[in-house]
Design a protein around this ligand. Structure first.
Ligand SMILES: NC(=O)c1ccc[n+]([C@@H]2O[C@H](COP(=O)([O-])OP(=O)(O)OC[C@H]3O[C@@H](n4cnc5c(N)ncnc54)[C@H](OP(=O)(O)O)[C@@H]3O)[C@@H](O)[C@H]2O)c1
Length: 274
């Protein structure tokens, strides 16, 4: 089926909704989308950060940039956000599910509330938003979903067991969706970054024994390079994007050895970190 522009705005002004746009990868994706002429809806909890970013992007690019401050770990948030888009009469053509948290450490010692909040955000909110925005995209014959997974999606990851499992879910859901959506004009892409220079990665980086020995640029990607590759792959309708050589090498490295060998090696590293 041919892609048709969404009603109310042409192909150059397709509107994107970005979750977790107040910092890190989400902010960088919002900037790349703005540079490519997309109107935006920015979503996260910190309203002041979103408002500042919206003002900056509007001034630079002359776009319509709107803000919704909400806690997406709240089970009602995806439905409320979709309703809010209806009230504002904003059709969403590109959905970027980026908001995510990471807990780090032994599962047995974990803070239960932090784990529940991570599952609610990384899995339930992402699924809820896909559910609410995919069908209108299919009805209009055009849409792009960009789900931010991680290279952790490919790895059994001791000390990051629940986080990695949430990202494996994101990857699996995206791959399933991508096939279901074939021929509808709507595509789904999972971008799987390696370590990226954000607040979220700081505790992990400082715990990695090798990280102190090599220049930061060799182990960490910039948010901008991840955002640019995610945007490119999303607009091209690619299903899985691995931004940068570290992510590509890690994904390849997980396919070569048998799973038990990978688990054992990562277990040794993981036990040293926790
Ligand atoms: N950094 C890495 O090394 C790396 C690698 C692979 C994948 N990722 C993934 O990239 C995504 C973005 O992470 P990041 O590294 O850019 O970290 P970050 O700078 O901490 O950004 C996280 C974003 O999510 C938002 N957020 C957190 N909890 C939220 C909630 N309950 N409701 C709504 N928004 C919430 C935060 O905004 P507020 O605090 O304002 O709500 C912030 O905008 C995550 O899905 C992460 O798993 C990161």
């Amino acid at each position: 089926m041919a892609s048709a522009p969404a009603p109310g705005h042409g192909p150059q002004r397709r509107r994107a909704l970005v979750t977790g746009a107040s910092s890190g990868i989400g902010e960088a994706v919002a900037r790349v989308l703005a540079e490519n002429g997309h109107d935006l809806v920015l979503v996260a909890r910190r309203q002041d950060k979103l408002t500042d970013l919206a003002a900056d992007l509007t001034a630079r690019h002359g776009l319509n940039v709107q803000v919704v401050a909400t806690d997406l770990a709240n089970p009602d948030a995806p439905a409320a956000l979709a309703d809010e888009m209806g009230r504002r009469e904003l059709a969403i053509d590109i959905l970027v599910n980026n908001a995510g948290t990471m807990t780090f450490g032994r599962f047995a010692d974990a803070d239960g509330e932090a784990i529940d909040a991570m599952v609610a955000l990384n899995i339930a909110a992402l699924t809820g938003l896909c559910r609410r925005f995919v069908d209108p995209m299919v009805q209009r014959g055009y849409g792009r979903i960009l789900n931010v997974a991680s290279i952790a999606a490919f790895l059994p990851a001791p000390s990051l067991a629940v986080y990695a499992a949430t990202k494996a879910y994101v990857l699996s859901l995206t791959e399933g969706l991508a096939e279901e959506l074939r021929g509808t004009g709507v595509t789904a892409t999972a971008v799987c970054p390696g370590l990226t220079d954000t607040e979220l990665a700081k505790p992990l980086l400082s715990s990695l024994p090798f990280a102190r020995l090599v220049p930061k640029g060799l182990v960490m990607s910039s948010t901008r390079s991840v955002a640019r590759e995610g945007y490119r792959a999303c607009m091209a309708g690619e299903v899985v994007a691995l931004p940068g050589p570290v992510a590509q090498a890690t994904a390849l490295g997980t396919r070569l050895p048998p799973k038990w060998m990978l688990r054992t090696a990562l277990g040794i590293v993981g036990r040293r970190l926790s």
